[in-house]
Design a protein around this ligand. Structure first.
Ligand SMILES: [Zn+2]
Length: 270
């Protein structure tokens, strides 16, 4: 426990000077990423000691297993370091160009971490869901760690949509669904009640284009950037910034948004 409190103290002291003292162009090393990651989930993460992330519910997760992984291997068996390895591009760091091969920031997830955050099975996740008003309907979202409150803020920001925005927002693809990702054994973010799909009819998805894992031929998107920015403002990432694109998909990831904002402040480091 003493080691843990030392690590916690270190993380806190790293967090404080970030905005003021870190020079433009400095890299965002793992220690800095961990401090930002931890600060996004203060009620869930107790701290880290040596190479282990310690959750308040007692879950312990390896931070870096030391293995060199291909992208496919990282998706299948992610540690925390893998999960934070790609920086989600925000603001001036996002050009709108098709993402580079296998650049999927946020798609690499550690299941144990998400189970600790939102519930280990469908019943546990469901127990902490609440309805969030969404135009003329409501959707179920996890209330844990500020997710449902953040979605409510997105709905407020988009409450007077243009005609082009409205067609993506009036009909949804869904939110909570305990399921594996198509073609894999990995749990989808929808399993944890923290993802929302806008209208699939107007969206594009890498598998629908005939892509295969690691080989996606043609990036396409029709989702207006104003919708993307409204979600990002409140802690959500967008699947349209992935090489394996999923343009209907938005997912509550305040950790990756915090790291992305810091990267932008430092001059778009990676
Ligand atoms: Zn989705």
């Amino acid at each position: 426990m003493r080691v843990l409190s030392l690590a916690l103290g270190l993380a806190t002291s790293l967090w404080l000077p970030l905005n003021s003292a870190v020079a433009e162009g400095a890299s965002l090393d793992l220690t800095t990423r961990l401090a930002l990651f931890q600060s996004a989930f203060p009620e869930a993460i107790l701290g880290h000691a040596a190479n282990v992330l310690v959750m308040r519910d007692g879950t312990e997760i390896t931070i870096d297993d030391g293995q060199v992984k291909s992208h496919a291997e990282a998706l299948k068996g992610a540690d925390i370091e893998d999960m934070l390895s790609q920086i989600y591009p925000l603001g001036r760091c996002y050009t709108g160009a098709p993402p580079a091969k296998n650049f999927d920031p946020g798609r690499i997830r550690n299941d144990a971490f998400f189970k600790s955050l939102y519930g280990a099975d469908a019943r546990a996740v469901s127990a902490d869901m609440e309805p969030v008003g969404w135009f003329n309907t409501s959707v179920a979202f996890s209330r844990r760690h500020g997710a449902a409150a953040a979605l409510a803020r997105v709905a407020r920001d988009l409450s007077s949509p243009t005609q082009d925005e409205a067609k993506f927002l009036n009909t949804l693809g869904g939110t909570f669904n305990w399921r594996v990702i198509s073609g894999t054994k990995r749990l989808s973010a929808h399993s944890f009640g923290v993802a929302i799909d806008v209208n699939p009819k107007h969206s594009t998805y890498w598998r629908w284009s005939g892509g295969t894992p690691g080989n996606v031929p043609s990036y396409q998107n029709k989702v207006p950037h104003s919708i993307v920015e409204a979600f990002e403002r409140h802690g959500f990432i967008w699947g349209g910034k992935w090489y394996h694109y999923d343009t209907m998909h938005f997912e509550y990831r305040p950790d990756l948004i915090a790291i992305g904002r810091q990267a932008e402040a430092l001059g778009c480091v990676d």
